[in-house]
Design a protein around this ligand. Structure first.
Ligand code: NAI
Ligand code: 13P
Length: 325
């Protein structure tokens, strides 16, 4: 199975490294000419994953057409750009493994739903979980959810990508795997705010638990299975991104919690903090589904410039309720 990777950011590059195990040939499409040049000439992605020596069997290209000979494509462009990138190429029946985490603005579609609308004949899988790119690229032990309705394709992908230090756990719940990854980014911003505003570890743990309740309410309303949400792509990834400044979303939240504006924090970013784009769409999707998501509303208020103290007061003043989802 020859693997192609769409997206030369940190995660696309780390996944290319996973797929290149045993010197298997991997073709990676990157948007930036300097990323293509740096991977091909020096086996390093200096722009997005600096300092990690890459397998020489990874070749980079700036032309999406070159991916035509691949047997499966890992789609690792940021969620808001997946539609445009897939629309530029002929996907046909090549399986697409969605690895971006988000919900499309405007349509409120999950990335897999976007892919289906652009490439209706392509089988869909989702790879998601607690996976900081630099750790995966360094070969540190990592486990992910690999969700696909087609059991045969799921097995072939797991066999192709799996390794002792990269363990795909099988699931048929594509929607559940996607919802966990999209929602946790918004909740990670909230946890960063708790850190930045110095609210303490009790508050952070409470936010993770109540945020998870929020993720579960939304996920169940959208057809996710509860066990997917409690798995690697849901709770697992939530815990990871809510606990470390290695997370871009958590770091964005730290800045907001310190009273800096979203405009300032996002203005000169080269890397993506998906939660900032997902938050407003998630607010709309939650309203549409009739699901209460107070943490998501708070993150939106902060991104729109509401004062930190005011937003925290509003959250803490909510009427007490039963704990059950
Ligand atoms: N970095 C990580 O540890 C992980 C990232 N992800 C997800 O992977 C996806 C990609 O993130 P990263 O690889 O981290 O990106 P990154 O933050 O390292 O780099 C930004 C990426 O965005 C691309 N980009 C910017 N504007 C674009 C446009 N107009 N059209 C197409 N692409 C454009 C750049 O080419 C680059 O590949 C995101 O959805 C992220 O949530 C998932 C798991 C881990
Ligand atoms: O999704 C991730 C880890 O699983 C990466 O998180 P950030 O995008 O917040 O850095």
């Amino acid at each position: 199975m020859k693997i192609g990777v769409i997206g030369g950011g940190a995660w696309g590059t780390a996944l290319a490294q996973v797929a290149a195990r045993g010197d298997a040939p991997v073709l990676l499409w990157a948007r930036e000419a300097e990323v293509v040049a740096s991977i091909n000439a020096d086996h390093e992605n200096r722009q997005f994953l600096a300092g990690v020596p890459l397998s020489p069997s990874i070749r980079a290209t700036g032309s999406l057409g070159d991916l035509a000979g691949c047997d499966a494509l890992l789609v690792v462009a940021p969620a808001q750009h997946v539609r445009a990138v897939l629309a530029e190429m002929t996907v046909g029946t090549t399986p697409l493994v969605l690895c971006a985490k988000g919900i499309e603005a405007g349509t409120r579609l999950l990335v897999g739903e976007v892919a289906r609308s652009v490439a209706p004949d392509a089988p869909i899988a989702v790879l998601s979980g607690p996976t900081f790119a630099h750790e995966v690229a360094a070969g540190k032990p990592t486990a992910v959810t690999l969700a696909c309705e087609d059991a045969d394709l799921r097995t072939r992908l797991s066999d192709r990508l799996g390794a002792p230090a990269f363990r795909p756990y099988a699931s048929a719940d594509v929607i559940g795997a996607e919802i966990g990854g999209a929602v946790k980014n918004v909740l990670a911003i909230a946890c960063g705010v708790v850190e930045g505003a110095g609210l303490g570890l009790n508050a952070r743990a409470a936010l993770i638990a109540r945020g998870f309740a929020e993720m579960t309410r939304f996920g169940l309303a959208r057809g996710a299975q509860a066990e997917t949400l409690t798995g690697l792509s849901g709770l697992g990834d939530l815990v990871l991104t809510c606990s470390s400044t290695n997370s871009r979303n958590f770091s964005l939240g730290v800045g907001l919690g310190q009273g800096r504006s979203a405009a300032e924090l996002l203005s000169d970013r080269k890397t993506v903090a998906e939660g900032a784009f997902t938050a407003p769409v998630l607010r709309e999707a939650a309203a549409e589904a009739g699901v209460e998501m107070p943490v998501t509303l708070a993150v939106n208020a902060l991104l729109e410039g509401a004062p930190v103290a005011e937003v925290i007061d509003a959250l803490l003043s909510r009427p007490l309720r039963a704990e059950a989802v």
